[in-house]
Design a protein around this ligand. Structure first.
Ligand SMILES: Cc1cc2nc3c(=O)[nH]c(=O)nc-3n(C[C@H](O)[C@H](O)[C@H](O)COP(=O)(O)OP(=O)(O)OC[C@H]3O[C@@H](n4cnc5c(N)ncnc54)[C@H](O)[C@@H]3O)c2cc1C
Length: 380
């Protein structure tokens, strides 16, 4: 059958990272006809590089903490009950890596509902003196998922196409991408070029490196300190991640130095515990895309050109209600999860599905268009 005969989908999702895969999972379950596309393959971007720890964010009270706590609880439940074969659950030891983090951690302890205890002498004896004496919290439940495995399992049975979306065209109430069309588009393209003139969306891609190693040291729990270290899997693998290289971009001519990336990871891991007889098994690198205000993004996108034409005084800082902006039709972005993409994805994708299938409003605090007024003011 010629591919042009494919009838319109309800939704095309662009980008098959954890955000795109979780969105596809929920929308398909809600009964929508879903097509998922990616220029490379499933979990080929930042998601494939992730250590994929499902850990709480240690932050002080506020909107970000509330969203992260809800998302964290939902993610633990989601992966452990729906994808147990890709989820390793273990205790989690979070050790402060600076005096500021120690302060945050002590505040977090006062407020958290999560179960935690003190570490026993066996675990303490594994740690370096620096790590053992630092402020810490030992949660009874943590998890780490197999990033590639879980993304593939999420999209089982869903139509997947290897397509690079170069342009998005909206015609006759349908979005057209390559030979596909749909009533709605979900943009889950992480830190890749944005595809639309939406410069106001405050996103930054940060390069990260994780290694899988073999070591004769048995790691009994998840460790977060200067880097994150996974427990030893049944295959004898320990994952160590991630570096945060703010200077490197895969979209530039620079060459990333894998050897020095590994050295940094191992040096940071050695501040937590001594790893004996190390053998590097594999490197994973990728971009995570974080929002400028650390809150994730889920919502419709303002058409900047149309909105500024209608309300030119936005350029002079005059306020216009967000509801009055002109939005791209039937288009939603899910992005900006920073180092917590696997923690946030089940929560964000569920909200997206409730929005598209039940018309439930999305909390405007998550809207990617929240950055628009400030950007518009700079356009004068
Ligand atoms: C080293 C490292 C360690 C991490 N550790 C953790 C962790 O422990 N826990 C955690 O929760 N998070 C972690 N993260 C963060 C997490 O990986 C990200 O937040 C998450 O991957 C973001 O997912 P995404 O789906 O938004 O983007 P991505 O996974 O980057 O997916 C975007 C996809 O879009 C595709 N795409 C882009 N443009 C186009 C186009 N024009 N046409 C077609 N396809 C396109 C890309 O090929 C890509 O596959 C880590 C990240 C890194 C890099």
């Amino acid at each position: 059958m010629p591919t042009s005969k494919i009838s319109p989908y309800d939704v095309i999702i662009i980008g098959a990272g954890i955000n795109g895969c979780c969105s596809a999972y929920y929308l398909y379950k809600a009964g929508l006809r879903v097509a998922l596309i990616d220029q490379n393959g499933i979990a080929s971007g930042g998601s494939g590089a992730a250590g994929a720890f499902i850990s709480p964010k240690i932050s002080k009270a506020g909107e970000l903490k509330d969203i992260m706590s809800e998302a964290h609880a939902e993610a633990l439940e989601f992966y452990t009950t729906r994808f147990p074969q890709f989820t390793l659950t273990k205790e989690l030891l979070h050790i402060a890596n600076s005096p500021q983090e120690a302060d945050k951690l002590e505040c977090f302890k006062q407020e958290t509902q999560l179960e935690y205890s003190t570490i026993d002498n066996v675990l303490k004896s594994l740690l370096t003196e620096e790590a053992a004496n630092e402020s810490h919290i030992y949660f009874s439940e943590g998890a780490v998922v197999d990033a590639q495995g879980v993304c593939e399992a999420l999209v089982e049975g869903i139509d997947f196409f290897t397509i690079k979306a170069d342009a998005l065209m909206y015609e006759d109430e349908l979005w057209k991408i390559d030979h596909l069309s749909a009533k709605h588009v979900v943009l889950s393209i992480g830190a890749y070029p944005k595809l639309l003139p939406i410069d106001y969306v405050g996103l930054r891609g940060i390069w990260g490196h994780r290694i899988d190693i073999k070591t004769s040291t048995d790691i009994p729990c998840i460790l977060h300190h200067h880097v994150s270290i996974s427990p030893t899997t049944k295959e004898g693998i320990v994952a160590i991640g991630a570096t945060h290289d703010v200077h490197y971009s895969p979209f530039s001519d620079q060459v990333y130095d894998i050897e020095s990336g590994r050295a940094v990871l191992l040096e940071k891991a050695s501040k937590t515990l001594k790893l004996n007889n190390i053998e590097i098994v594999r490197d994973y690198t990728g971009l995570r895309s974080g929002s400028n205000d650390y809150l994730p993004m889920l919502g419709n996108l303002v058409d900047a050109h149309a909105t500024l034409s209608l309300y030119p005084h936005l350029r002079h800082g005059k306020a216009v209600n967000m509801r009055e902006y002109v939005y791209y039709p039937s288009l939603t972005m899910i992005n900006g999860s920073g180092g917590y993409g696997f923690v946030l994805a089940p929560y964000l994708a569920r909200l997206l599905s409730e929005y598209l299938s039940e018309g439930k409003a999305i909390n405007p605090i998550l809207s990617p268009s929240r950055f628009f007024p400030r950007w518009a003011k700079r356009q004068s």
